[in-house]
Design a protein around this ligand. Sequence first.
Ligand SMILES: Nc1nc2c(ncn2[C@@H]2O[C@H](COP(=O)(O)OP(=O)(O)O)[C@@H](O)[C@H]2O)c(=O)[nH]1
Ligand SMILES: [Mg+2]
Length: 216
Amino acid sequence: MGSVTLIIPTLNEGKNIGKLLDLVKDMQVIVCDDGSTDNTKEVVARYSFCTFLDRKDAKVHGLTASVVEGITKATTPYVIVMDGDLQHPPESLPSFVEKLKTADVVVGVREMVASNWPWYRKLISWGATTLAKTMLRVRGTSVQDPMSGFFGVSRKLFLSTNQNKYVGQGYKVLLDLLKQVRAHVTTVPYTFGARAEGMSKLRLAHWLWFLKSLIR
Ligand SMILES: Nc1nc2c(ncn2[C@@H]2O[C@H](COP(=O)(O)OP(=O)(O)O)[C@@H](O)[C@H]2O)c(=O)[nH]1
Ligand SMILES: [Mg+2]
C-alpha cells in the first residue's frame, strides 16, 4: 500500500482520530488540521506513519482547503480522502487501493446509512446530491454520489485541475474535482456510520458554499 496516502481533514477530532488511526494499516497518513483546540495534535503525534499538517495559521480555513493542501503535500501516486470521525469505515480502504489501479477516481458510495442524521439533514443532502448529479451529467459525467467525502484519486489527475475552482471553505472537494474532469470513475459501496464522538461541524454556510461549488 506504499503508493497511497490517506488524507484526513480534522477539526477537534481528538476523541476519534486515535481510534481511526489504530485501524489504518500499511499506509502513510496526512492529518490536515485547521487549528483544533482539543488534543487532536497530541494524539496524532503517537503515530509514526502519520504527518500532522498544522493549518492553524492558514489564510483560508475549511475542509476543502485542508484536503487540497494535503493532497498537494502528498508524494504518492494516489491519495484517499476520508473523514476523521469514523463515519467512513477503514475496512473499505483495501478496496479503494485495488480499484485505484484501474480508475482515475474511486468514489465511496453510501450503500447503507447507519448515521443519526435528522430528517431535514437527509432531505437537504438528497436535494443537494440531485442538483450536483444533474450539473455533472450536463457536463458528461455520471456519478452516483458526487457529494461523497470518501474518495480516492490519482494525484496526477488532481494536480491537473484548476485550484481556483475549489471552494476552500466548503465541504465538497469531490464535486469541485469532478466538475473539471472527464474521469473514469468507479465506486466502492460502504455503510455510512454514525459519528463516533462529538458533533458535526457542518453549518448553514456550508450549503451556501456548496451552491458556489455548483456555479464556480
Ligand atoms: N481541516 C478541517 N476539517 C474539517 C473542517 N470541518 C470539518 N472537518 C473535518 O471533516 C470531517 C467531516 O466533518 P463533519 O463535521 O463530520 O461533517 P459531516 O459528516 O458532513 O457532518 C471530520 O473529520 C471533521 O473533523 C474544517 O473546517 N477544516
Ligand atoms: Mg461526520
